[in-house]
Every structure is written in C-alpha cells, then in structure tokens.
Write a protein that binds this ligand. Structure first.
Ligand SMILES: Cc1cc2nc3c(=O)[nH]c(=O)nc-3n(C[C@H](O)[C@H](O)[C@H](O)COP(=O)(O)OP(=O)(O)OC[C@H]3O[C@@H](n4cnc5c(N)ncnc54)[C@H](O)[C@@H]3O)c2cc1C
Length: 303
C-alpha cells in the first residue's frame, strides 16, 4: 500500500505519476494487472531522488523498458514501475561513428538514426521491439547479430544513486544475458560503435530482415516474442512443433500456429493462462524430447 505522503513527494519530481495503472497497456502481450504506481521519469536527478526515496521507504521498484519481453502477473506489480522518458530518449552522434542513445529510446528510433547518419551495424536489430535499455539488459539479437557486437560503453545508476560507466569488455554479455541481468543497476544510456555504410545498403538489409520476420513470426498478434531460450541442441520452436503443440490452446493463450516458439494472446489471455501453457509445453518437451526448456520471457509482479 503506497501512502499519500509518498505520492506527494514523488509528485515534486520531473516525472508523470499514475496510480493503479493497468500494465496490459504497457506490455506487448497485452496482459497484466495493475501497478500500484507508474512513474515516467524525465531526468537523471529525479530518477536518483525517486529510487533513493523508494529504498528509504522500503518500496519495491521495477524498471520497465517497452514491456516486450515480460509477462506481468494478473495480480499486478507492488510498488513503483519506472519508465525512462524525457532526456532518456535523446540520441546524438557523439564522435566519428559513435552514436550515444538514452536507454528509454526505442531500438527502432536508434536504427533509423544510424541509417540517416549512414552508419551500419544495427540492421539486425530492425524489427526487435523494445527500448535500448531492454535490448542491452537482454543482449537482444537476431539474424546473426547481437547488441554485444556494437556496444562500446554503458552508463548506469547503481542502487545508491551513483552513476558509473562500464566498457564493452566489462559488460559480461552472453546469449540473452548481460552484466545487468538480475541486478538493481539501471541502464541510463549507451554508446554504440558503428561503421560507415551507404544508406541504401542499410535500408535494403533492414527491409530484407523485416520481410523475413513478417513471413515467419506472428507480429500482428500480442506476444512477447520467443518464449524460450534456444536450448544447447536445436531450436525451441522445432522441438515444440515436433511435440504436436503448434496451435495448442490453454485458456486464451495459444502456441502460435505460425511460429511454435511464440505464445500469442489471441483471446483475452490471463497471465495464468500463459503460465499454464508454458508449464504444459515444458512438460511435453521434457517427456518427449528429454530437453529442459528455459524461459526467455521474464515473469514480473505479485505471485
Ligand atoms: C514480436 C516480437 C519479436 C521479438 N523478437 C526478438 C528478437 O528477434 N530478438 C530478441 O532478442 N528479442 C526479441 N523479442 C523480445 C524483446 O523485444 C527483447 O527482449 C527486447 O530487447 C526487450 O526490450 P524492452 O524494452 O521491451 O524490455 P522489457 O520487456 O520492458 O524488460 C526486459 C528486462 O529488461 C529490464 N530493463 C529494461 N530497461 C532497463 C533499464 N533501462 N535498466 C535496467 N533494466 C532494464 C527490465 O527490468 C526487464 O527485466 C521480441 C519480442 C516480440 C514481442
């Protein structure tokens, strides 16, 4: 329960505050109960004040990107959900071939900026939904590229409000993992090392990869992308399909008939429907293929 006095203090910061905010409006799954408080913060000073206030009052907080890799509980999220806005959307050309981008910006804006500057390297990321912060946190990747290939440095805020910088070799990137995974550190902005490339070559590659996505993925249905990480041998989607689960429904959730690695919310699914379907898929794949699938999608909120 958040006290009125806490909200009054928050309201003095450079941030927009909403109480009892429906999280289904902030996730690509279109699923999730209410967050006690949703806070779009516009500058670093206010971000620091807000997290220090939360820590002082023992109020939990969660940093949200664009909600494209999370499943939010039907029971909502306790405390504050913080979204980086305002100055966290800024993108600049910092130096020759180095682009600096705020963590709140969409990855799509960053890709477009780089293309307009005739800088290549981000083509693989065109079509990955989400924010720059989320892409770094997850080490997002596709079609042979990963964020780790182009990140030069990341500025972050630790839980005491100190701002620090991590260079590329300190970022502990691996498959869908970074130095930020499961820490309290907040990614503020990042610098990307790109390379000169003609605009039409960049555009052509981006269009080609987007076409592949449209053909293979159910991008017009609410989902969180691939639900499971790639197992050591093979692909999760192929294993799920071989178990006869393509199109399988559980409540309002369905294994996408187009791509068995995706679960889609086709019929007003609840988070519990998705969790039930995930359990069923894991059980079947373990029994029939002897493979333990691990979730890439992160479950957030009250259990
Ligand atoms: C249709 C579809 C296709 C997809 N295709 C791909 C794909 O090809 N490749 C791929 O890798 N992913 C893919 N995804 C998954 C998703 O787009 C990526 O994981 C994306 O990087 C998540 O970014 P986000 O901003 O939405 O993060 P969110 O889902 O909001 O958050 C993910 C995690 O990052 C943390 N986080 C976010 N911002 C910050 C920050 N500033 N500081 C600290 N922590 C932060 C959150 O706390 C959370 O733990 C797809 C998803 C969809 C819906």
């Amino acid at each position: 329960m958040i006290e009125k006095e806490f909200i009054d203090i928050l309201s003095r910061e450079n941030a927009e505050i909403k109480l009892d905010e429906e999280m289904k409006s902030h996730t690509s799954f279109r699923i999730g109960g209410k967050a006690d408080c949703f806070c779009s913060v516009r500058d670093v000073r206010s971000l620091r004040n807000i997290i220090l206030l939360c820590r002082e009052r023992n109020i939990p907080y969660f940093i949200l990107g664009l909600g494209s890799n999370i499943l939010v509980s039907d029971n909502g999220i306790e405390g504050l959900v913080i979204r980086l806005d305002g100055e966290f959307n800024e993108i600049t050309l910092a130096d020759d071939n180095i682009v600096r981008c705020g963590a709140g910006s969409t990855l799509a804006r960053l890709c477009n900026f780089a293309r307009n500057m005739s800088l290549g390297g981000l083509e693989f990321a065109w079509g990955i939904p989400g924010s720059v912060g989320g892409a770094i946190y997850m080490n997002a990747g596709a079609y042979g590229g990963e964020i780790k290939d182009i990140v030069f440095s990341v500025d972050y805020m630790d839980k005491d409000g100190n701002i620090k910088r991590c260079k590329d070799d300190e970022l502990d990137f691996s498959y869908r993992h970074s130095a930020f995974t499961d820490t309290d550190n907040i990614i503020l902005r990042a610098s990307f090392r790109l390379e000169p490339r003609p605009q039409d070559v960049i555009t052509e590659k981006m269009q080609e990869l987007m076409e592949q996505r449209k053909t293979k993925q159910p991008i017009n249905h609410p989902s969180a992308g691939s639900v499971f990480k790639r197992p050591v041998n093979g692909y999760a989607a192929a294993l799920i399909e071989e178990c006869g689960l393509k199109g399988y429904e559980y409540g309002g959730a369905q294994v996408s008939p187009k791509h068995a690695g995706f679960i889609v919310n086709d019929n007003g699914a609840s988070a519990n429907d998705v969790l039930g379907l995930i359990d069923h898929i894991k059980k079947e794949v373990k029994e029939k293929k002897n493979v333990e699938l691990c979730c890439e999608v992160r479950f957030i909120g009250r259990t």
